[in-house]
Design a binder for this molecule. Sequence first.
Ligand code: HEC
Length: 109
Amino acid sequence: MSNKIKIAVPIAMIVGLLAGCFPKASTVIMSLPVESKEQIIARYDERQLQEGKAIFASRCTHCHGLKDPASRDAAAWNKILKRMIPMAKLDDAQGQLVRAYLLANSEDK
Ligand code: HEC
């Protein structure tokens, strides 16, 4: 085994270990298609939307006040949430529930 490999293997293992300890926030939100309020309401039930509301209220208020879902239309939320869901470090499921709640209650356009 060359010296380079002798060093590279343990380094790769340490990097892998550290990455595992700090799981990255959801990235699935980045690849979701832009959806309308109607599409979201058809796809989620009331229980899921209430769950999204609870996550929104507890996780989206660390840096600023609670935003009014009706302050923006679905198109605006689709865009903003690609920045804010990673900021709030939500996982895939949490991110999608918060997105569903906000889109379902967004401003009508
Ligand atoms: C780590 C801090 C942090 C968290 C957590 C956070 N935000 Fe933000 N948010 C910011 C900052 C900073 C701004 C203003 C700068 C900007 O727009 O990027 C902002 C701006 C916003 C805006 C206005 C943006 C615009 O362009 O009109 C909305 C709406 C918003 N956040 C919603 C949310 C929602 C929903 C969540 C939860 C998923 C959330 N934020 C979680 C830091 C945060």
